[in-house]
Ligand binder design. Structure first.
Ligand code: 2IP
Ligand code: CA
Length: 447
């Protein structure tokens, strides 16, 4: 990418904000957010591999959302386990190279947690919803290094005993306890005590959907494991808080995201037990249906923006003059999208091609459920320059980018803007519209 001249941005137009009904806000039903205490969740380890059991749920349309939440809960437990057990913590992450490496980072890694979580989600959803098989995609390959430096294909085996044997190949033969704990978590039957989820019928068949999984978003922060990061205006700039599990479902035909679950495995430490407590959020946006575990945040008069630390000076400068205060910086693409859904920020802007379908699909569904969305920044700016007055096109999730291969074919190449309130989107685009073409805005630090 070409270097960015640090041009002082023109002052943005004063965009007054009032809540404007989103074109899709048909039947918004608002439900409260759930805090999930893993210790309180009834769980058992069966003798055979079991799919996630959802209270009262036959597999089908109505069971899909609870199933997505349940697999995210199981995934969060595996993530917590991998941070709690010394041998798992000591296990060296595998370095990604070639097309697998995200250009955002000089060095990019995956852990056993990334690979195992992705496989357990694929396994459980594919078992419960056979129509989804072949349509469940994720960030990671299933390959991990074995204890001898060779390669093992990680998967959920037919029995916990077989999964233990497979995990021992990765961990080394002496790590029986760690392998057993992981296998137990992977094969556990999760029962959700969330009755609100039971009656929700998104009105879409699993046979029409595809799934994007980011088993751990913000893997670098997950590996770093920092717990001592003080939030600024409610947003953690970095650390374990930003490591999330993201599971999103999109319409196979249109690519529109329809169901999303964001799980925060490291939401807070229980003050008594000092154990990590997680929480999850979900959203449904299909047809006229808009359902969400969160309420739409109140709009600030001027948008407060959250950005990646890698964002260019030109973009930072332009958005700094929006009037909502200096942009806040935070790690984790999913975490920044969550901050918008929670109302901690009004927009997440990224001018770089460093997020992917798996990073944005689930949060995007939640933002749509709240009346907002995620648009491609480049396309939105181009449409604006051409005098377009309609809604800018949102990101889609069903088609790889022509001419690209591997993970790059699923990159959100034109950057993105995430928002809940459309006037905030318009304010952001107006501020950035004064700058040059997108290719001139961004600089990749890792390139
Ligand atoms: C990463 C992760 C990074 C983010 C990058 C994502 O996903 O969320 O934190 O960079 O764009 O692709 P930044 O922190 O600058 O926003 P993953 O950890 O899943 O590779
Ligand atoms: Ca990831």
């Amino acid at each position: 990418m070409s270097p960015v001249p640090n041009v002082p941005p023109s002052p943005p137009p004063n965009v007054p904000l009032s809540p404007v009904p989103h074109p899709h806000s048909g039947s918004l039903r608002l439900l409260s957010q759930r805090i999930a205490d893993p210790a309180a969740a009834p769980a058992r380890c069966g003798g055979v591999a079991v799919a996630v059991a959802v209270a009262g749920g036959a597999a089908g349309m109505a069971g899909l959302l609870p199933a997505l939440v349940a697999v995210s809960q199981k995934a969060a437990e595996v993530a917590r386990l991998c941070r709690a057990e010394e041998p798992l913590l000591r296990l060296r992450p595998a370095e990604k190279s070639g097309p697998e490496r995200n250009a955002r980072f000089q060095r990019d890694f995956k852990t056993l947690a990334d690979v195992l979580i992705q496989e357990l989600i694929k396994h459980d959803l594919g078992t419960q919803f056979p129509e989804l098989r072949g349509h469940i995609h994720g960030e990671e390959s299933s390959e991990f290094r074995d204890a001898q430096g060779g390669t093992v294909t990680v998967r959920v085996c037919a029995t916990p005993g077989d999964t233990v044997a497979l995990l021992l190949a990765v961990l080394g033969p002496e790590q029986t306890r760690a392998a057993e704990l992981l296998a137990e978590a992977v094969h556990r039957e999760v029962t959700l005590g969330d009755t609100e989820l039971d009656g929700i019928d998104p009105g879409v068949s699993p046979g029409d959907l595809g799934i994007w999984i980011d088993p751990i978003d913000s893997t670098n922060e997950f590996i770093g494991g920092r717990e001592d990061v003080a939030p600024i205006d409610g947003i953690a700039p970095e650390g374990l808080r930003s490591a999330l599990v993201l599971v999103g479902a999109f319409d196979r035909h249109s690519g529109v995201p329809v169901l999303g679950v964001i799980n925060e495995p490291f939401f807070q430490r229980d003050p008594q037990t000092h154990r990590w407590q997680g929480r999850y959020h979900w959203g449904v946006a299909h047809g006229d249906t808009r359902l969400c575990s969160l309420s739409p945040p109140l709009p600030r008069p001027r948008p407060r923006v959250v950005l990646s630390r890698a964002e260019s000076a030109a973009v930072r400068g332009a958005l700094g003059s929006l009037g909502g205060g200096p942009p806040l910086l935070a790690a984790g693409a999913g975490y920044k999208l969550l901050c918008v859904a929670l109302g901690l920020a009004d927009a997440f802007v990224l001018s770089l091609p460093t997020t992917f379908a798996w990073d944005s699909c689930a949060p995007h569904a939640i933002l749509r459920a709240l009346g907002g969305g995620v648009v491609a920044l480049e396309g939105a700016l181009r449409a604006r320059r051409a005098g377009g007055t309609g809604e800018p096109p949102e990101l889609r999730y069903h088609r790889p980018e022509p001419g690209q291969t591997g993970p790059q074919s699923w990159a959100n190449r034109g950057g993105l803007v995430a928002f809940v309130h459309p006037p905030h989107l318009r304010a952001v685009l107006a501020a950035l519209g004064e700058l040059g073409e997108l290719g001139e805005l961004g600089e990749l630090p890792g390139c």
